[in-house]
Design a binder for this molecule. Sequence first.
Ligand SMILES: [Zn+2]
Length: 234
Amino acid sequence: MNIEQIPDNFKRALSISAHPDDSEFSAGGTLAHLAKTGVKVTLVVCTDGGKGGRDVDNITEVRYQEQEAAAALLGIRKVIRLDYPDGELTASDDFRDRLIEIIRQTTPDVIFGHHPQTFYKRHGRMAYMGHSDHRAAGSAMLDAIYPRAGSPNFSPGRGGDPWSPAEVWLFDCEKPDHLVDVSQGFSEKIAALQAHDSQQGAGGGLAEGARRLGHYLGSDSQPAEPFVRLILRR
Ligand SMILES: [Zn+2]
């Protein structure tokens, strides 16, 4: 797969992740690149992150503070917490309605989020298991985008006028079809991942994992992030 440049025609972007750190891990370089070029980026975190990482007192508040710090490092303007219990996310009517509202309020040209069918991903001979919260977040996001957020017949008046993004970029996927150069946002991505201190485990933690993956997909001078890119309108 060729490494492509990130498009320069987006003005507003929305990234919807199940847990604190998911957007940074999968799309942090892309989001930092967009923010640097003047794109207004909003981040949605769907769960409270209460089951992640080490045994830390008051983990949801710790993770919220880490998420705010990480988002600031990426240049993200606003973080919206939905605070569903970690590990229990489903693509419920309530969850979908809240995403419809956010999409209509933020009017993104591009929406980033989890691929809804990822039960596992392979990198070389290794396999990485998918998370049920990620699939639920991806499913609710796609259901919110179409047919709902863009239609006046669904949730009328909620969040404002109907809105449809021009593109959807799915991350966290087994078979990506689009690889982008994130050399302009990679140092910010690594810094943002390091800000999630409660999630760092053995072997260098999140940042080292992302560094290896980015360089594996691209090169030391041109790290890359993979997506499934869906162009809905031009
Ligand atoms: Zn996650």
